[in-house]
Write a protein of this length. Sequence first.
Length: 112
Amino acid sequence: MSRDWAAKELGSVECRQILVSLVNGTLERMAQLFITVLDTIEAGMKADKMVVAKGMTVNLGADHYARLTAVKRFLELLTAGRPVPRAPDDSAAPKTITLQELELLIKQNKKQ
C-alpha cells in the first residue's frame, strides 16, 4: 500500500461519509473534550514556576515558558483547518509617483 493510494482512498466520498458518521456519533464527547482543552490552555496561561528548596515549595512567579507554550497552542487551535493568510503582493503596485506622472494624471482628469 502506497502513501498516495492511502491519501486517495481517505479523500474519497465514501471514506468521508464514514468519518462524518463516526464524528457525529461522538459530538457530545468531543464538545466536552474541547472544553477540557480550553481549560488546560487557560491553566497553562496562569502557570507559575515552583521549586522545592530545603523541603519547602517555593513559588518563583510566572512560568513564562509554560505561558508562551499555552498561547502557542491556543493560536494553533484557533487556526486549525484554516488557510494560512498571505501577505499582499506589493511588488506590482508602484510605491512612488514621479512629478511627470502626477502632471499627466492631472491633465487626464481635467480632460474628463
